[in-house]
Design a protein around this ligand. Structure first.
Ligand SMILES: *[C@@H]1O[C@H](CO)[C@@H](O)[C@H](O)[C@H]1NC(C)=O
Ligand SMILES: *[C@@H]1O[C@H](CO)[C@@H](O)[C@H](O)[C@H]1NC(C)=O
Ligand SMILES: *[C@@H]1O[C@H](CO)[C@@H](O)[C@H](O)[C@H]1NC(C)=O
Ligand SMILES: *[C@@H]1O[C@H](CO)[C@@H](O)[C@H](O)[C@H]1NC(C)=O
Ligand SMILES: *[C@@H]1O[C@H](CO)[C@@H](O)[C@H](O)[C@H]1NC(C)=O
Ligand SMILES: *[C@@H]1O[C@H](CO)[C@@H](O)[C@H](O)[C@H]1NC(C)=O
Ligand SMILES: *[C@@H]1O[C@H](CO)[C@@H](O)[C@H](O)[C@H]1NC(C)=O
Ligand SMILES: *[C@@H]1O[C@H](CO)[C@@H](O)[C@H](O)[C@H]1NC(C)=O
Ligand SMILES: *[C@@H]1O[C@H](CO)[C@@H](O)[C@H](O)[C@H]1NC(C)=O
Ligand SMILES: *[C@@H]1O[C@H](CO)[C@@H](O)[C@H](O)[C@H]1NC(C)=O
Ligand SMILES: *[C@@H]1O[C@H](CO)[C@@H](O)[C@H](O)[C@H]1NC(C)=O
Ligand SMILES: *[C@@H]1O[C@H](CO)[C@@H](O)[C@H](O)[C@H]1NC(C)=O
Length: 498
């Protein structure tokens, strides 16, 4: 009781700023040992280009306080994090993110007050082992982007106050410990881009507060984790991309995860149809299903996704005959926020409908290459004035490339190669001054090369090979100083090369 005022004094926190670094301290009891720690920490640092620690010496009076917050974000510090940090038992926040710290995770199991540990984007290696698993107050652990190896210690699952656990971009192996499903307080869980294998544990169905779950870039097996439907109220971002998940998607996925905003299932082995229920997940902004083996008709229900920004369905076996292309494109005109659409390398057979010109005015990327698209290019594509990538290569498109192409003044990438385009090159190509990549090779284009191509000063690739172009190579082509690839082969060009 008589000591109560002293305890209050202890809680009177002081903050000390040393340039970009920050130490928070509480006042000192007689037996404080934090004073002994500061030089040790400094000693561990081998590189300090900005000199933040030059004022840390034994005569500096930081040692009058308890160290409560230790924050050195993005200071290019290198060396080791001194293991004496494990004696700073008053620490609540450690943020040493985005430096060059190497070595092992320091032992921190005595830090019972530690709530936030952010050592992300460093060069820490070795295993997580037992370094942190007794810190029962931890709310946030971020060890993203290091070189940690070994398994995820199951005891992490006993940290029952965690709301954030991010271990992405390391080299962790083994299975995902099912006991992580006991951390029901967790809201953001990231284990992506490691080397984890096995199944996603059914116990994850208990994580009903998770709104962001990133498990992509591992070697996770078997089908879609249906038990995540228990998270229907919370789950907004689900990343399962680049794994080995197979089988069909649950037909009710869009009804059972109605709050999804971002869904990444690309680069797996999913098959079967794209479920029509996805059209009911009306908050979806990003839908990435590319590089799987989805087959059959593309559901027009995706047209109900008015918030959709990105729809990637490329590298699948989706099929559509002309009337189905018409129906699907017509539905997509309702997606008024659409910025990127890929149907690259699928089985679309038929003409590109003119209504493509009614797609969102925000559309910047359109990839329809490697299908069986026929007929002429609708001039309405000229309405899509925000396009910066237009890739229609490897189809069977014909007709001329008309002057309207010059309306797409934002274009950086234009590939129409390996089609059956005829006629002459329009001079309006010279208006596309942002182009870096222009590939019109392997068509049936004739006539001269327009001198206006000399305006395209950003070009790094110009491929007009395997056509029937005639006449002189305009001297202006010689002024394209950014070119690294120029292909004019297999034409009927004459004249000297200057
Ligand atoms: C420091 O002193 C406080 C009270 O004065 C005591 O509770 C605590 O156990 C002591 N800590 C150590 C490491 O001796
Ligand atoms: C310690 O740091 C203070 C403040 O930067 C400086 O004035 C003093 O000379 C330093 N002492 C030693 C021994 O480096
Ligand atoms: C931590 O404190 C203990 C005594 O409490 C001491 O023996 C040990 O050397 C300290 N560790 C470091 C790294 O300072
Ligand atoms: C991960 O570990 C493997 C095998 O031990 C090694 O070849 C690879 O370079 C490591 N990758 C990273 C990012 O540390
Ligand atoms: C996980 O939680 C369940 C109850 O939700 C409990 O029965 C089980 O023992 C816990 N697992 C561990 C390893 O603590
Ligand atoms: C993943 O682990 C396997 C087996 O342990 C190993 O052969 C492979 O190199 C690892 N992959 C990476 C990217 O580290
Ligand atoms: C999915 O993968 C698992 C594990 O590799 C395999 O046993 C199963 O037969 C596969 N299922 C399908 C439908 O391909
Ligand atoms: C979409 O939701 C509506 C209303 O809940 C429902 O009637 C319909 O069956 C759902 N569509 C699909 C394809 O599941
Ligand atoms: C994709 O699915 C089709 C039809 O189900 C099947 O014939 C084909 O073998 C599958 N391709 C791959 C790479 O799994
Ligand atoms: C697109 O919007 C129109 C008009 O709002 C509506 O009649 C039509 O059903 C919608 N199509 C789809 C696929 O949502
Ligand atoms: C392209 O169309 C022509 C005729 O329009 C046809 O002869 C040819 O087989 C088609 N090529 C492909 C690859 O479909
Ligand atoms: C190339 O031009 C010559 C002369 O102009 C013409 O005779 C010949 O047919 C042309 N070849 C091709 C493949 O167009």
């Amino acid at each position: 009781r008589p000591r109560a005022p002293a305890i209050l004094l202890l809680l009177a926190l002081l903050q000390l700023y040393l340039g970009g670094s920050k130490i928070n301290c509480a006042t000192l009891p007689d037996n404080n040992t934090d004073v002994l720690w500061l030089p040790t920490f400094r000693h561990g640092i081998s590189s300090d280009p900005s000199g933040w620690f030059s004022s840390w010496n034994s005569s500096a009076n930081h040692c009058l306080w308890r160290v409560v917050v230790l924050e050195h974000f993005g200071l290019n510090l290198a060396g080791q994090i001194s293991s004496s940090i494990g004696n700073l038992t008053f620490l609540r926040t450690v943020n040493q993110s985005t430096n060059g710290f190497s070595g092992r995770l320091p032992p921190m199991n005595h830090l019972q007050k530690l709530e936030v540990l952010d050592l992300s984007v460093n060069r820490l290696h070795d295993s997580i082992s037992d370094a942190i698993i007794n810190c029962s107050s931890l709310r946030e652990i971020d060890l993203n982007t290091n070189f940690l190896v070994g398994e995820i210690p199951p005891k992490v699952g006993l940290l029952s106050n965690l709301s954030l656990l991010r271990l992405c971009w390391n080299n962790l192996t083994g299975i995902i410990p099912p006991i992580l499903g006991n951390i029901t307080s967790i809201q953001r869980l990231g284990l992506a881009y490691n080397n984890l294998t096995g199944r996603i544990p059914n116990e994850f169905g208990k994580l009903t507060n998770v709104w962001r779950l990133n498990l992509g870039g591992n070697r996770l097996l078997v089908g879609f984790p249906w038990f995540l439907f228990n998270l229907s109220k919370s789950l907004q971002i689900l990343g399962l991309e680049s794994n080995m998940l197979n089988n069909t998607l649950p037909p009710t996925i869009g009804n059972d995860l109605p709050n999804l905003q971002e869904l990444y299932l690309n680069s797996n082995m999913f098959e079967g149809q794209i479920p029509a229920s996805l059209g009911n997940a009306t908050w979806l902004q990003t839908l990435e299903l590319g590089n799987n083996n989805f087959t059959g008709e593309i559901t027009s229900s995706l047209g109900k996704l008015s918030k959709l920004h990105l729809l990637y369905l490329g590298f699948n076996n989706l099929e559509a005959i002309e009337s189905q292309i018409w129906e699907f494109f017509s539905a997509l005109t309702n997606c008024t926020s659409l910025e990127a659409l890929s149907l690259y390398e699928n089985q679309l057979h038929g003409a590109i409908p003119n209504m493509i010109g009614n797609f969102s005015r925000s559309l910047t990327k359109l990839y329809l290459g490697r299908n069986n698209l026929l007929g002429k290019l609708p001039p309405s594509i000229g309405n899509l004035g925000s396009l910066f990538s237009l890739v229609l290569e490897d189809n069977n498109l014909t007709g001329t490339i008309a002057q309207w192409i010059g309306k797409l003044t934002q274009l950086q990438i234009l590939s129409l190669q390996a089609n059956s385009f005829i006629g002459t090159l329009p001079s309006s190509l010279g208006q596309l001054t942002q182009l870096t990549y222009l590939d019109l090779g392997n068509n049936k284009l004739g006539g001269p090369i327009p001198p206006a191509l000399g305006n395209l000063k950003q070009l790094s690739l110009l491929d007009l090979g395997q056509n029937n172009l005639e006449g002189n190579i305009p001297i202006q082509v010689g002024s394209l100083t950014s070119l690294y690839k120029l292909d004019l082969s297999s034409n009927n060009l004459t004249s000297k090369i200057y």
